[in-house]
Design a protein around this ligand. Structure first.
Ligand SMILES: Cc1cc2nc3c(=O)[nH]c(=O)nc-3n(C[C@H](O)[C@H](O)[C@H](O)COP(=O)(O)O)c2cc1C
Length: 272
């Protein structure tokens, strides 16, 4: 069930796979549903994905990756983009060569996660590696990896020369990061969301999960992410612990009601 959220933004769908014909067919479906672009995943390191030859495994078979990109680009009129890492490992960095091949095959933009694939997030982000791709191709490059604040995004843009910056984990529980980044780029002040805003968006997230999975499973899915909305909160460990017990919408709501403003910080527990 794919849904387009109305708004001034462009919506796209990312495809994961390693079979050119199937990927081309899937891309045509994406286009027919009204999406604005289709992205091909060449960076995922999750074993279920890589063992099928998809995700970052495509960086190990760059010829196949280029054939897939060509098949997808030939099947749709909307832009085709790719998201990759710097290479499958630090010893096999090939983002530059692969990017050139993909652009020749018809790819319109490339996102580079500035790490290689042997460790998911452990390695520092290599800004120079991303910059090398920016300089090697004449399509927009989006820089990704380690952006958690507006300042991180500005530094990423300056160090890489990329056309855009893509945050990843930083958005989990903090969708306001987008506003923070835009404020940083515009040189405008940014203030963190209030407690009420955090609660409102956290419950909206929960509502979507419950709508998709059903109430109990939705609440269970929320257990792992709920605390992310309260980054920096005092007694976060207790909040995380209690979140592991939630089984319903009202249960989560009751838990969030126990977060309160304590001076300059948020705190969890019983307000004194
Ligand atoms: C829970 C989770 C799910 C992700 N799913 C995808 C995905 O479906 N496709 C993708 O290209 N990258 C995916 N990523 C990787 C991120 O897009 C991003 O490349 C990576 O987290 C590095 O950026 P960061 O350091 O800002 O988190 C995922 C990351 C996380 C943590």
């Amino acid at each position: 069930s794919l849904e387009i959220i109305e708004g001034p933004h462009v919506s796209g769908v990312q495809l994961v796979g390693d079979e050119p014909g199937a990927m081309a067919q899937a891309a045509a479906v994406v286009e027919s549903l009204g999406y604005g672009y289709v992205d091909i995943n060449m960076g995922c390191t999750v074993a279920e994905v890589t063992r099928t030859g998809a995700g970052v495994s495509l960086m190990r078979s760059p010829e196949k990756a280029v054939v897939i990109a060509g098949a997808v680009a030939g099947a749709v009129g909307i832009p085709v983009t790719c998201k990759m890492r710097l290479g499958t490992s630090s010893g096999t960095v090939n983002a530059i060569q692969l990017s050139r091949g993909l652009v020749e095959a018809g790819v319109s933009a490339i996102t580079v996660h500035g790490r290689s694939g042997e460790r998911k997030f452990g390695l520092p982000v290599d800004h120079e590696g991303i910059r090398a791709v920016v300089e090697a191709v004449d399509v927009p490059v989006v820089a990704n990896g380690g952006v958690f604040t507006g300042k991180d995004a500005l530094e990423m843009a300056q160090r890489t020369g990329a056309a855009a910056v893509m945050p990843g984990r930083g958005l989990i529980g903090n969708p306001w990061l987008v506003t923070e980044i835009l404020s940083a780029f515009r040189g405008e002040p940014y203030s963190q969301p209030t407690l009420d805003e955090r609660k409102k968006v956290c419950l909206e997230h929960l509502r979507h999960l419950c709508g998709y999975y059903g109430e109990r499973e939705g609440a269970v899915a929320m257990r792992r992410v709920l605390h992310e909305y309260y980054h920096g909160c005092k007694r976060l460990t207790e909040l995380k612990r209690d979140a592991l017990t939630v089984t319903s919408f009202s249960h989560v709501e009751a838990l969030l009601d126990r977060v309160y403003v304590d001076g300059q910080r948020l705190s969890y527990g019983e307000p004194r």
